[in-house]
Design a protein around this ligand. Structure first.
Ligand code: S3P
Length: 441
């Protein structure tokens, strides 16, 4: 289903809203719950389409998964019997995290499974997972040059490996660790740049011994298998990558004053907030507390005069999904913002460097594509011309970024399809309208 939507210049945003459950942690809670012995209880699960795809996939592998209230879910894991051979294809929808982590998890059991996805997911590279899994002993067949559909065949007898992923990727790290659970011996991932650590943290909560030691600016993560994971309670904290949209909306809309509650402050995820603060944005973090093993806080945001910055490349892993919305903030800053060394953006739900530059330039922003990055010349806080119809390429974050840009445009900005927003942020429209934003289907 496609759904055309547009946003128009809004007056000041105000109010208090709650960030939806974190997508990364929601995927992991279902996958680890399915592998574990016993009943995992989850609160605050993100009920977005990506997570529903993962729930469907884990059911296909034999877990019993049921919803008993808003964000409240129960997973009865396969435990000692292990994941079962799925009947038919395992459709992972739009979810890159889902498919890559599930392939790693499934690899340790005797299975044959064919993984499929939508058009966007079917264009994304899978060799980054299949290469280390092959080293561990998995046979895989990708029907379209390293893309989905992919059939994995495993006899369940994997060997542990020590692997240094060539790209900074939490998905690659996680797939190897999840496969390592069912090997005998030491599985290690050596990261040149630390990435989000949710898999390590959750594996510990499910009873695995996982150590992380700093090494040459990065880290070495070690896990000794085999491990029988034990069910746990998971309270999913709010997603900083979703909170990013109302936060930038308030920063660029004159007179705005909002609070976004329940935002996870894990330092592997907060790079955008550091950038917005460096740009002169008013972001005050209050009420720090712990939930589900993560620190969460409420973020108070006010309209601010922003200035351009050069984003430190070493911050990329902690804000990898936030560059499109940072580029929108940069459009209103005084001066130039440079975001470089982010070639990983080219293999997200869309080529996010090309898609972001296209969305900005179609609406009158002075922006330029670099070989591995983006350069945005801000207008110092005026409205942008707008009027463009943005091609979202099935990418939820491009759609939301375009609609936020539209809140400060002279003419409405439209997106060709807003239905994908439901993959990560099903409450986006209600939440933004509650703050006073004018977004029309
Ligand atoms: C994720 C890791 C990141 C991120 C994605 C979620 C995860 O991908 O872009 O949205 O939950 O592990 P990479 O591992 O490919 O960088």
């Amino acid at each position: 289903m496609t759904q055309k939507t547009s946003s128009v210049a809004s007056s000041n945003l105000s109010g208090t809203v709650r960030a939806p459950g974190d997508k990364s942690i929601s995927h992991r809670a279902l996958i680890l719950g399915a592998m574990a012995e016993g009943t995992t209880r989850i609160s605050g699960l993100l009920e977005g389409a990506d997570i529903m795809s993962t729930a469907g996939a884990m059911k296909a592998f034999g877990a019993k998964i049921k919803r008993s209230g808003d964000g409240i879910w129960e997973v009865i894991g396969c435990g000692e019997a292990g994941l079962q051979n799925p009947q038919g294809d395992v459709d992972c929808g739009n979810a890159g995290t889902g498919v890559r982590l599930i392939m790693g998890a499934a690899a340790g059991y005797p299975i044959k499974a064919r993984f499929t996805g939508d058009a966007s997911l079917s264009s994304r590279p899978m060799n980054r997972i299949l290469t280390p899994l092959k080293e561990m002993g998995i046979h895989s067949k990708a029907e379209r040059g390293g893309r989905l559909p992919v059939t994995l065949t495993s006899d369940g007898q994997l060997s542990p490996i020590s692997y240094a992923p060539p790209q900074a990727s939490a998905q690659v790290k996680s797939a190897i660790l999840l496969a390592g659970i069912n090997t005998t011996g030491l599985t290690e991932v050596v990261e040149a740049t630390p990435t989000r650590d949710h898999t390590e943290n959750m594996l510990r909560a499910f009873g695995a011994e996982v150590t992380s030691r700093p090494e040459k600016g990065g880290q070495r993560i070690s896990l000794t298998g085999p491990v029988q994971l034990k069910a746990a309670q998971v309270n999913v904290p709010g997603d900083p990558s979703s909170a990013a949209f109302p936060i930038v909306a308030a920063l660029i809309t004159p007179g705005s004053d909002i609070i976004v509650e329940n935002v996870m402050m894990n330092p592997t995820r907060t790079g955008l907030f550091e950038c917005l603060t460096d740009m002169g944005g008013f972001l005050r973090t209050d009420n720090f507390r712990k939930s589900g093993g993560e620190v969460i806080a409420d973020i108070h945001v006010k309209y601010s005069r922003l200035r351009g910055i050069t984003v430190p490349p070493e911050r990329a892993a902690s804000m990898i999904d936030e560059y499109p919305i940072l580029a929108v903030a940069a459009a209103f800053a005084q001066g130039v913002t440079i975001m470089d060394d982010i070639s990983e953006l080219r293999v997200k739900e869309s080529d996010r460097i090309a898609a972001t530059i296209a969305l900005l330039t179609a609406n009158g922003v002075d922006a330029e594509e670099l070989e591995n990055g983006m350069k945005v010349r801000g207008n110092g806080g005026a409205t942008v011309a707008g009027g463009g119809v943005v091609a979202t390429h099935h990418d939820h974050r491009i759609a939301m970024s375009a609609l936020i840009l539209g809140l400060q445009s002279e003419t409405a900005i439209s997106v060709d399809n807003a239905s994908m927003i439901a993959t990560s942020f099903p409450t986006f429209f209600d939440l933004m309208r509650n703050l006073g934003a004018e977004i029309n289907a």
